[in-house]
Write a protein that binds this ligand. Structure first.
Ligand SMILES: Nc1nnc(SCC(=O)Nc2ccc(S(N)(=O)=O)cc2)s1
Ligand SMILES: [Zn+2]
Length: 258
């Protein structure tokens, strides 16, 4: 199946997932000098019930926290969006070293990692239906920047890493409110794109926060201690699970007015 190695990596995804060669693919490079200030863009809001968090899993390609999305329990609204979007899962992309790992790049800066909070438009009956619509999915992206004073809010996720060392391992992860991860400044970039992994569907309104959260080098080592293989296979460090930059083509990146 698909992955990030030579044989099954991003350059070959299109062989099984034709969307990967679309005109609205993600991630992209964001050049702030070309970003369009749009007066109609509103602040975005979340209302996350901590009781909605369910489990944390090593999928072999990332570390993913699943949420109960059977009703409007953990939701995202406003910003560039119309309607209510339900939080379905959170996952993370990171590098093999601190100088890479994020998927989006801002003014040539690639960060050590990128956290994605994946939501789907609750006007559709379920996630599978939503992923086939242009307004089906909204992903809030948070950059992870290496610094001295790491954000304590990542601790809860890091504490579970030892329990999900190998692919397929999943443990309960309850009472987690993802909004504790958000930086104080809610300013964002937004553009229309896709999932950054197969099936690469072009169904995502991206909301990329300008302010990164600070993580320590040691905290990144924890994510890199995960294996992309099962417990029965040889240990293989789960690292560099990020897709290379895709062409912007004729898309506009927008931001709120100052
Ligand atoms: N019919 C379908 N059900 N589920 C899918 S795709 C499952 C899924 O959530 N994929 C996914 C892949 C990448 C991203 S990302 N990295 O946030 O763009 C988010 C989400 S297609
Ligand atoms: Zn992602």
């Amino acid at each position: 199946s698909w992955g990030y190695s030579k044989e099954n990596g991003p350059d070959r995804w299109h062989e099984s997932y034709p969307s990967a060669r679309g005109n609205n693919q993600s991630p992209i490079a964001i050049l702030t000098k070309n970003v369009h200030s749009d007066p109609i863009l509103l602040p975005w809001f979340t209302g996350y019930d901590p009781g909605a968090s369910k489990t944390i899993k090593n999928t072999g390609k990332t570390c993913r926290i699943a949420f109960d999305d059977t009703y409007d329990r953990a939701v995202l609204r406003a910003g560039p969006l119309d309607g209510i979007y339900r939080l379905r899962q959170i996952h993370i992309h990171w590098g093999s070293t601190d100088d890479k790992g994020s998927e989006h790049v801002v003014d040539l800066t690639r960060h050590a990692g990128e956290i994605h909070l994946v939501h789907w438009n609750s006007k559709y009956s379920n996630y599978n239906d939503a992923v086939r619509k242009r307004d089906g999915v909204a992903v809030v992206a948070l950059f992870m920047k290496i610094g001295k004073t790491p954000k304590p809010e990542l601790k809860r996720i890091l504490e579970e890493i030892d329990a999900i060392k190998t692919k397929g391992k999943e443990v309960p992860f309850s009472n987690f409110d993802p909004s504790i991860l958000f930086p104080q400044n809610r300013a964002y970039f937004t553009y229309f794109g896709s999932f950054t992994t197969p099936p690469c569907e072009e169904c995502v309104t991206w909301i990329i926060l300008k302010e990164p959260i600070i993580v320590s080098s040691d905290q990144m080592l924890k994510f890199r201690s995960l294996s992309s293989n099962t417990a029965e296979q040889p240990f293989c460090p789960l690292v560099d699970n990020w897709r290379p930059l895709q062409p912007l083509n004729n898309r506009m990146v927008r931001t709120q007015c100052e």
